[in-house]
Design a protein around this ligand. Structure first.
Ligand SMILES: [Zn+2]
Length: 194
């Protein structure tokens, strides 16, 4: 299967997978939106995810790293899939400790001076990615780049490393419930992640 990953095609693939939804959604922030990305609908199908992972691996090849780190939970599957395209690579994941900070457990180690890319499913503010970068640096590793299936950022990110993504969404509207036009039209509200 040949996938070009221009914006239109990427949106079409996500829509087909049920990973890009249009409707009336309650966000975790409490605000409402008419669009929602549910990337588990893509990552649950290995044969759908693999072309995305292959393209992300190709775009990250110039950084010449062989260690991939994903933030749990959303980053684990795409990080593993990208690492699969690099012979001899390792894939580690960071997860929240009891205080809610991303950290390495399970004996995962980054060697001093080791080059790393961090892979996330979707980046909004980059908060989780920034914590993973700190965890890598704490072990002496060097994060060369961040890869994401979807970049839905609408402002400055919480990390400064280069971000390589396959789809940039552009601005996605969201409203306070009191100002939500979909509420005013009486469109049923859905909680897509529940
Ligand atoms: Zn609403």
């Amino acid at each position: 299967m040949s996938v070009q990953f221009d914006q239109d095609q990427a949106f079409a693939l996500l829509r087909e997978a049920g990973a890009y939804l249009q409707g009336h959604f309650l966000l975790t922030t409490g605000r409402h939106s008419d669009q929602f990305f549910l990337l588990a609908r893509l990552t649950e199908r290995p044969q759908w995810l693999m072309p995305w992972a292959q393209e992300l691996a190709r775009r990250l090849e110039p950084y010449q790293v062989s260690t991939v780190v994903g933030p749990a939970v959303g980053g684990i599957i795409p990080a593993f899939a990208v690492a699969g395209f690099w012979p001899g690579s390792r894939m580690l994941f960071a997860e929240k400790d009891s205080g809610g900070t991303m950290t390495f457990r399970r004996g995962f180690r980054v060697e001093p001076g080791e080059g790393v890319v961090v892979i996330e499913d979707a980046v909004t503010t980059g908060g989780s990615v920034a914590q993973v970068i700190e965890a890598v640096k704490a072990q002496g590793g060097r994060v060369q780049a961040v890869g994401a299936l979807v970049d839905r950022s609408q402002g400055p990110l919480r990390f400064t490393e280069p971000l390589v993504s396959l789809l940039r969404t552009g601005p996605i509207p969201h409203w306070d419930p009191a100002d939500c036009p979909l509420c005013q039209e009486g469109v049923a509200l859905t909680r897509p992640k529940s």
